[in-house]
Design a binder for this molecule. Structure first.
Ligand code: URA
Length: 200
């Protein structure tokens, strides 16, 4: 089966998922945007109203900030794969429960096997907690690489948090810069040109 065919089959499976009660209130299952094979996996928490309406992750205000970061660091669609801990919107944008995250994990694991990323950017405390299983606060762990199974995991702030408290913006930029540098070191990307200032 081609990679595209495997991917299409996976998406079909996501769209028909009824594993948890989020299926009852969702409008769309939000699977991904970006490349279906990509060196960088960007993980958020879960779809908000805009994402639920359109079926695409990070298309609202947080998504606009994420897009600014991606373009500032010259990352293009095939360099990254964006998805969330849960694929369906928790009502009222509440944080997904442990059970919902656990139910969605099987699909996320399958997604990771297909995309095969080497570098992970975990955006926000929920992504960090449910992806790693650690209860440490994001403020303590952000900006520090976790190396596991030949993969590199960078926890950082969620863009929504930075929008609420812009004093944290330089730290989000700093973590993105570290991710860009890691992708270069691993030869997934060429070095940035000297005149690329990336808005830091
Ligand atoms: N916040 C997230 O964590 N994910 C989205 O897709 C949108 C907002």
């Amino acid at each position: 089966m081609t990679i595209q065919a495997q991917w299409d089959k996976f998406v079909e499976k996501c769209l028909s998922c009824q594993a948890c009660e989020l299926a009852e209130s969702r409008r769309n299952v939000v699977v991904w945007r970006g490349g279906i094979k990509a060196p960088l996996m960007i993980l958020g928490e879960g779809p908000d109203a805009d994402e639920d309406r359109l079926g695409i992750p990070f298309v609202g205000r947080s998504g606009k900030l994420l897009d600014l970061l991606l373009s500032s660091f010259r990352l293009s669609k095939d360099d990254y794969h964006i998805c969330n801990i849960v694929k369906c919107r928790p009502p009222g944008n509440r944080v997904p429960t442990r059970e919902e995250a656990a139910q969605c994990r099987a699909l996320l694991s399958e997604q990771l096997r297909l995309v095969r990323p080497t570098v992970y950017l975990l955006m926000g405390g929920t992504a960090y907690k449910y992806f790693t299983g650690s209860d440490e606060g994001i403020t303590r762990v952000r900006g520090q690489w976790i190396e596991t199974n030949n993969c590199y995991v960078m926890p950082t702030f969620h863009p929504a948090y930075v929008l609420r408290d812009p004093r944290n913006k330089p730290l989000l930029w700093q973590d993105f810069a570290a991710v860009r540098k890691k992708l270069e070191e691993l030869s997934f990307l060429p070095p940035l040109r000297a005149d690329d200032d990336c808005g830091i």
